[in-house]
Design a protein around this ligand. Structure first.
Ligand code: AMP
Length: 284
């Protein structure tokens, strides 16, 4: 595995790969790798000649007061995991490499970023789309892999490449969960053992929602209330950031749930803000 730390070197390698006609699959991450990230590498490995992974904790997608400073990092372990999974090129730029000068240019997807995490974390998606657009320009991949754990992010990136005519195929991959159902996340490290048990309320509430819908309930208000009461029955639930049932393309709220709608949750367990989701009708 080749480790690259500068934009210049990465651009050179990307150009050479393009010229050689080899297909490039790209997995952008913020590191502290887990099986969720590695599932994206597996998908990229299957579909491309070369797999590039990036690790970059992007400061401009964090609002003041969020966890940028304490975001978990372990470069050595990440390198080992990436290499073992078959990553060919690991791109680990510094903040200075990605933002060497004052950045005056931003990529912003409108409307669909106003809901869910976009509504609760102003500026977050602008930071995400800006850095992903930069990374696409540097790495020039044929395909890029995103987890549906961050369902809204996946859709926002898809919209960005569509609107900007970026020649990258965006591939969405299923949520990887622990054996008990907890969605894998780098932020799970923030949880104490007790909080970890409460964190399972997210997944369990989605199961509850699934059963409720299967029993014939269609009222979004009723389903949301059941989810809320269930989550609040666990200790250490500091705050429910949102529980929403929305159209999976527009992210606008719906009144009656139907197949294909998205149930999305964001909950603070202790100090960790955790998200999870389920597309109605899909496997859970
Ligand atoms: P992050 O490092 O958290 O920014 O995530 C990098 C990529 O991994 C994003 O596309 C995430 O959606 C994806 N990812 C994170 N956790 C999971 C998971 N549990 N299952 C599938 N994909 C995930």
């Amino acid at each position: 595995m080749r480790v690259i730390k500068t934009v210049k070197e990465m651009e050179g390698v990307a150009k050479a790969l393009r010229r050689s006609g080899k297909s490039v699959g790209f997995v952008p991450t913020m590191g502290y790798l887990h099986e969720g990230h590695l599932s994206l590498v597996k998908a990229a490995r299957r579909e491309n000649d070369t797999v590039v992974m990036s690790i970059f904790v992007n400061p401009i997608q964090f609002a003041p007061g969020e966890d940028l400073k304490k975001y978990p990092r372990d470069e050595k372990r990440d390198m080992e995991l990436a290499e073992k999974e078959g990553v060919d090129i690991l791109f680990i730029p510094s903040v200075k490499e990605i933002y060497p000068r004052k950045n005056l240019t931003f990529v912003e997807v409108k409307e669909i970023t106003e809901y869910l995490c976009g509504g609760k974390r102003p500026g977050h998606f602008r930071g995400v789309t800006t850095v992903v657009a930069k990374l696409f320009n540097i790495v020039m991949p044929d395909r890029a892999y995103f987890g549906k754990k961050d369902f809204q992010q996946f859709k926002v990136i898809k919209k960005m490449v569509e609107d900007l005519n970026t020649d990258v195929e965006i591939v969405g991959c299923p949520i990887v969960r622990e054996r008990d159902g907890l969605a894998l996340s780098s932020r799970n490290i923030y949880l104490s053992e007790e909080e970890r048990r409460s964190a399972l309320s997210l997944y369990k509430s989605l199961i509850l929602a699934k059963r409720t819908i299967e029993s014939g309930e269609k009222s979004v208000e009723n389903i949301k209330n059941r989810i809320r009461d269930f989550i609040f029955s666990f200790p250490h639930v500091k705050k429910i950031d949102y529980i929403e049932i929305v159209d999976q393309n527009s992210f606008e709220v719906v009144e009656y749930v139907k197949e294909g709608d998205l149930i999305a949750l964001a909950v603070f367990i202790g100090n960790a803000r955790l998200i999870d989701n389920w597309v109605v009708g899909e496997e859970l």
